[in-house]
Design a protein around this ligand. Structure first.
Ligand code: ARG
Length: 572
């Protein structure tokens, strides 16, 4: 089924094309009318003609099949009112469509989404929270569109710190270390290792020697390293479980996975004549990247000490993703501070021919998480805040809020619901701000049942569902015609029909906040409808129609939230 928007756009585009081929009509939904066309003014400007005259010409050429009325308004806007039969048909099609108007991709793409990527033996911080939540939403959006998503959790599991971490593990005793790590005390483990490294020369020596044996592949050293990795990954999985994240242990393909390919990266870049020696380091200088003094900036592929760095690993990962995984798109959900790293790595990969033009490769960057004081979100003593502690606190607050709302809810059920509410709160707060912007982590605001919050939307869904529990028999959606006589019914119908555009807007711009804004809007449109239009007490004919609109609203909210990784319980 073509979406309502598309059906109108095709006809409008044809009228515009007759005057100026390819000109965008700028069709938008509107509060005042069914749809508004905003593109006439810029077309008129380009033609040097009066806008209202151009507007009239468009109206003359417009195929009015689906349109009952066109009004030329203001300086040259077109206000379109749709034909009632057309609207009725469109809504009736939604009733029988599980996908609520979203058409599955005809050519599924292979899409690698690189997200979460915490570091072994280090606490996940709020930056990893954002990557995890945004990446998971993109994963779900792409999957629903019908693409093949390959999740990659590029955990930091290699590099010089592992010498010190392994030595610390040896000092602590394996069993002891495993216990510390398995309860998620990663930071204290890391910090003790670091403190010893800074204070104790002998420990430093041992650590350095350990890096060498690790890189040489010494089996005993690798066994110890594995303990660190396995314990950390088990802990990350627990966090993902708590947050209801799709990432599985097999999606963990950490930096170490690419070790065997790093020599080849240098060799092949060298054979292409791209490598330059800079102070003993092997570098590529992609054109267009300079420091403040205008000197060219290197991508360091191999360090002077022969070790490979973060950039070399990312180059090897691109080759793997393009050649082995046959990716059509690669998305990196990583904070804005790494923007230059990715730009430069992508540039080198393109220079080397490893990243063909047909492969879309994008850094899906995001802003910082701030405290309510608008400074970087840290504990008072300046430490990173544990994600799990945040989540637990959110659960406590949700629990308190639920107790206040409904004192009869029994303990277990309430706790379970509190978990769902807490996840909704944290994920929605993150996803609803434009991702490039910073956002303030304010649990009180996030957990509130009023305002533009996750709990509000989940509750809006449960409230619609509660209408159906008051029916005598289970509800069967069968409605085939919609009169939409009341303006609030019409507004709700148009809102429901807008789901596919909100979905594809969020997907193409990699902008989950657009879907959030749509859902919030829909919930409010529903509230106005429900205030103006009685449902259960309406006469039979109208009641059927209104029930169908309610059912579609609940389904749309549930699906939209699910695509954001947020559960919508039947009752709250
Ligand atoms: N582990 C890195 C960090 O914590 C993020 C890795 C992102 N992904 C990548 N392919 N570089 O900053």
């Amino acid at each position: 089924m073509a979406t309502t928007y598309d059906a109108i756009l095709v006809r409008l585009q044809a009228a515009f094309d007759e005057i100026e081929p390819g000109c965008d009509p700028v069709l938008r939904s509107s509060d005042r009318t069914d749809f508004q066309v905003n593109g006439v003014m810029s077309l008129a400007k380009r033609l040097g003609r009066p806008p209202r005259e151009v507007a009239e010409e468009i109206v003359e050429r417009l195929d009015l099949d689906h349109v009952a009325d066109v009004e030329i308004a203001g300086p040259g806007f077109l206000n379109l009112t749709l034909r009632p039969e057309f609207l009725s048909d469109q809504v009736a099609q939604l009733v029988n469509d599980e996908r609520l108007g979203v058409v599955a991709a005809t050519t599924p793409l292979r899409v690698v989404v690189d997200y979460s990527a915490p570091n072994v033996a280090k606490e996940m911080h709020v930056g990893h929270l954002r990557s995890t939540v945004i990446g998971d939403a993109l994963h779900r959006l792409y999957r629903f569109q019908g693409h093949h998503v390959i999740a990659r959790n590029h955990v930091g599991d290699w590099g010089t710190p592992f010498g010190m971490l392994i030595e610390h593990l040896v000092d602590m005793g394996e069993q002891n270390a495993i216990e510390t790590l398995s309860i998620g005390d990663l930071d204290s483990f890391y910090r003790s290792a670091r403190a010893k490294f800074d204070a104790d020369e002998a420990f430093r020596e041992r650590s350095r020697a350990r890096v060498v044996t690790l890189q040489a592949g010494d089996p005993e050293t690798l066994r110890l390293w594995r303990i660190l990795v396995d314990q950390s990954v088990a802990y990350f999985s627990e966090v993902y479980g708590k947050l209801d994240i799709l990432l599985r242990p097999i999606d963990v393909v950490g930096e170490s996975f690419y070790n065997g390919a790093l020599e080849g990266v240098v060799r092949d870049l060298d054979a292409l004549g791209l490598i330059e020696d800079s102070d003993g380091a092997q570098c590529v200088f992609p054109p267009g990247f300079t420091n403040r003094d205008g000197e060219p900036l290197p991508v360091i592929v191999q360090k002077r000490d022969e070790g490979f760095g973060y950039a070399a690993t990312d180059l090897a990962a691109i080759r793997d993703r393009v050649d082995t995984l046959a990716a059509d798109e690669i998305l990196y959900v990583v904070g804005t501070p790494q923007a230059q790293h990715f730009e430069m790595v992508f540039a080198v990969a393109r220079m080397a021919g490893w990243l063909p033009d047909r492969v879309r490769c994008e850094h899906v960057n995001f802003g910082n998480v701030l405290g309510t004081d608008r400074k970087m979100f840290k504990t008072r003593s300046g430490e990173t805040i544990k994600l799990v502690a945040l989540l637990d606190e959110a659960i406590d607050r949700a629990d308190a809020a639920l107790t206040e709302r409904d004192a009869d809810l029994d303990g277990d059920a309430r706790r379970q619901l509190a978990t769902v509410v807490a996840r909704a709160a944290i994920k929605y707060a993150d996803l609803s701000t434009e991702r490039q912007r910073d956002y303030v982590f304010d649990l009180d605001r996030m957990v509130a049942f009023e305002g533009d919050t996750g709990p509000y939307l989940a509750y809006a869904h449960a409230r619609v569902r509660s209408i159906f529990r008051r029916l005598d028999a289970p509800y069967e959606p069968t409605r085939a015609t919609f009169a939409l006589a009341h303006p609030a019914e019409r507004a709700l119908a148009l809102g429901l029909l807008g789901f596919p555009e909100a979905f594809s807007g969020a997907l193409t711009a990699l902008a989950p906040h657009r879907l959030c804004a749509y859902l919030f809007d829909l919930a409010q449109t529903f509230t106005s409808f429900y205030e103006a239009c009685p449902v259960l007490n309406a006469p039979d004919e109208i009641r059927e129609e209104r029930l169908a609109l309610c059912d579609l609203t609940a389904r749309t909210l549930a699906l939209g939230l699910e695509l954001l990784g947020i559960e919508a319980p039947e009752r709250m």
